[in-house]
Design a protein. Structure first.
Ligand code: ATP
Length: 442
């Protein structure tokens, strides 16, 4: 973990937020490479959900959440963790995460601590004007259910996907970007007819494992953990967590929950007419029945399967899998991030062999622009004149290809293409460059 954290800082992936003021605990900023990696991971998720399936719609809903939404969803009452204070070291911990150096007899009795961030909306600072920063992206998917069904004429089964920020005032944020207070979730709510939920749940577990494999997190590195009944969240009938061996231990990367008809049932009016399975609080405020026609033309409250993944935990897993230290001849070694090309922050570096040589640099710039125009991600020019250093740096940040423009290029239009993983170099003609680049990057 320490080496990964150091690399992330040194090369501009991840910085501590407000570092110049001593940092803000549990909050991180994503630098020039971090933002690219994050965007690439989110885009891979979006493509696999919204574009590759023909029955999933996208949504980008607000972060500020009306308190009523979280009252009926059960979050105001139950979205809390038990915390204890250690009378000896003065620190506060989640009851299940007390470090070994604290002795049991020094701990206070556990108290519930709500994890939601409350904030004021509008100029009046009173009890009626507060809202929350959403603790999960899911709730606005449920509150928009009717809007989306009405505007897209969807039938069951269908899903709504959303990527966005979520906020939790974690008692003990830790392990770099694993447990933070501000993070992003990639959530799908997949609505099915009651009775079809269990098969859909199993199917989504398998689909999600395959997706992680494509991001460079092999199936063998993930363990499935079925959450025991007494530990299930209040809305869940069954949850399977994808547990990944992070540098600090085996922990949840993604959770796949069968949320039953709890959420749509909770946010509906006239619940007594709806044959809701889950135990829901009486809703006196909603103006809508969150129902949809089933195959027999009967209006039902669908069940929902939710694969919910954290972007930051995903990045950490992807970086951890990619991070490699390789021995080279002469007792040398190199660090290389073997990221899948579609996730790599920089797709190719164009390197003029000699710094400031006008002919070489101009040609390198031309190549950079032409590859950039393909729209496959960021291409950069490396004009430092130290080819060895350039290769080392590009290996460390996971750039799949380095393209070197040298004096031979000026004579015969060929450039050197260096592959990150094999370090093999081939010469190809500039006219074949776009095609080769596209094949290697896709
Ligand atoms: P944990 O048990 O680790 O606190 P959780 O079960 O509360 O996680 P969910 O509510 O299922 O998490 O959230 C879905 C996903 O969102 C998680 O699998 C994780 O990837 C991500 N996530 C949740 N909380 C955090 C956090 N504090 N920091 C980073 N990612 C998070």
């Amino acid at each position: 973990m320490d080496e990964l954290v150091a690399l992330c800082k040194r090369r501009g992936f991840i910085y501590q937020s407000a570092e110049i003021y001593g940092g803000l605990q549990g909050v991180y900023d994503y630098g020039p490479l971090g933002v690219e990696l994050k965007n690439n991971l989110k885009s891979a998720w979006w493509q696999s959900m919204v574009y590759e399936n023909d029955d999933i719609e996208g949504l980008d809903a607000s972060i500020l959440t009306k308190s009523m939404v979280l009252d009926y969803s059960g979050h105001t009452e139950t979205f809390s963790d038990p915390m204890v204070d250690c009378k000896s070291c003065g620190q506060r911990f989640r009851e299940d995460q007390v470090p070994e150096y604290c002795k049991k007899e020094d701990l206070t009795e556990p108290r519930q601590f709500n994890l939601m961030f409350k904030t004021n909306v509008g100029p009046v600072d009173d009890e009626s004007s507060y809202a929350y920063l959403r603790p999960e992206t899911a709730q606005q998917i449920f509150t928009n259910f009717k809007n989306i069904v009405d505007s897209t004429s969807r039938n069951l089964p269908f899903g709504i996907a959303q990527i966005g920020k979520a906020f939790r005032n974690e008692i003990t944020p830790r392990n770099f970007i694993f447990r933070v207070r501000e993070f992003e979730q990639m959530e799908l709510e997949y609505f099915v007819a009651p009775g079809d939920d269990e098969a859909a749940h199993s199917s989504w577990v398998q689909k999600r494992l395959k997706w992680w494999e494509k991001q460079g997190v092999p199936i063998e590195t993930i363990e499935l953990y079925e959450v025991p009944t007494d530990e299930l969240a209040h809305y869940s009938k069954k949850t399977v967590d994808l547990m990944y061996k992070f540098p600090h231990g085996l922990e949840e990367l993604e959770g796949i929950a069968n949320r039953t008809d709890f959420d749509l049932g909770s946010h509906s009016k006239k619940q007594n007419e709806l044959n809701i399975n889950a135990k829901v609080k009486l809703n006196k405020d909603s103006n809508s029945k969150l129902t949809i026609k089933n195959n027999d033309d009967v209006m039902v409250v669908p069940f929902v399967i939710e694969p919910s993944a954290g972007v930051e935990r995903g990045m950490l897993a992807v970086l951890n899998e990619a991070f490699t230290i390789e021995s080279l001849p002469d007792n040398k070694s190199r660090i290389v991030l073997k990221l899948k090309p579609h996730l790599a922050p920089i797709k190719a570096a164009i390197i003029p062999l000699k710094k400031n040589d006008k002919n070489l640099v101009n040609l390198a710039k031309k190549i950079r622009s032409s590859l950039q125009e393909l729209g496959l991600g960021r291409i950069i020019l490396e004009n430092t004149g130290n080819i060895g250093k350039n290769y080392r740096k590009q290996d460390e940040i996971g750039t799949p290809l380095c393209i070197t423009v040298d004096f031979e290029t000026l004579e015969n239009n060929s450039v050197t293409l260096r592959d990150r993983d094999s370090m093999k170099q081939i010469r190809i003609n500039i006219k074949d460059l776009e095609k080769t680049f596209m094949e290697k990057i896709k």
